[in-house]
Design a protein around this ligand. Sequence first.
Ligand code: ATP
Length: 355
Amino acid sequence: MSQKRIAVIAGDGIGKEVIPQAVNVMGAVGAAVEMTPFDWGADRYLADKVTVPPDGFAALARDFDAILVGAFGDPRVPSNIHAKEILLGMRCQMDLYANVRPVRLMDASLCPLKGIEPKDVDFVVFRENTEGVYGDLGGVFKKGTPDEVAIQEDVNTRKGVERIISYAFEYCASSKKVDGSSRRRVLMCDKSNAMTHAGGLWQRVFKEVAAAFPQIETQHMYVDALCMQMVRDPRGFDVIVTNNMFGDIITDLAAGLQGGLGMAASANLHPGKTSMFEPVHGSAPPIAGKNIANPFGAILTAAMMLAHLGMTSEAQKIEAAVFEAVRQKKTTADIGGTLGTREAGEWVTEKVANH
Ligand code: ATP
């Protein structure tokens, strides 16, 4: 296989600690990748006020097969302007409409729920990534007065809704669970009882798309009911599709089922285009720079990226090594081990190198 070109943007906070571990693991597993570091983030912004260099997104799309991102956010930039421009810019300007977040429990000890085994938690959330309330449309009127009005628009387009729902069904039809069984059900999560206009569009499109996949079961849950079900009994979930904000919220909740934010991986995809891969966690300023952040979310994200680029055996080796680290408690403290970020990363690096 020809070498794939990866742009690596570690960013801020714990991103700068966990991404180097993911990079080492990809090198040790022998992945055919050429990695190019980018310095986008708070340090660069504070030095020269540049968030994204001119032509930055176009260059990423033109010159790279995939992008590996750490996290953005730094207390020295309270406006978070660089994070918004880099991360939301990448998602929207590169049109990475599908945020894919697998939720998989590697060991029963990592789940806060009683009696839940790894076989019980293996589902994938498809979050719409370019619309909803994240476009910052709206405004404030009579600011600072007792009559202040704040309006935040929720944007849902036919095209945007249809493509994320279709992608979730296509994934369900073509993917297997970790135990080798077929995926068989797509659940749409919304709040169409209260948000009738947007919810109505999602409901209609869901039914239309489902008609083209008669072999796939469909299910619907309001987001509030889904949250309760996720902590009561997550066993029935398979593929979930939802909008930008509900996806944001339920995937943090779902990360709790798999051991917390340090274990969760994600992809921001547009099929056929340069896509971006990032751990679900953010820059976590309170724990940054202390060598305590869990690098496994970033390492599993790198595995997801390799699988997306066709390197499935390398991806499987990395996942197996992380699984083994979890089993042997060669982990950071957030999931019960005693290792630092570097040491946990090095353990996985050695494991894949000697495989
Ligand atoms: P941001 O503003 O960049 O999203 P944040 O601190 O609001 O950052 P997260 O970075 O997602 O949000 O993390 C919230 C908390 O979860 C952290 O303060 C930390 O306690 C925990 N956490 C997140 N990621 C990890 C990790 N990789 N390892 C250990 N703990 C983590």
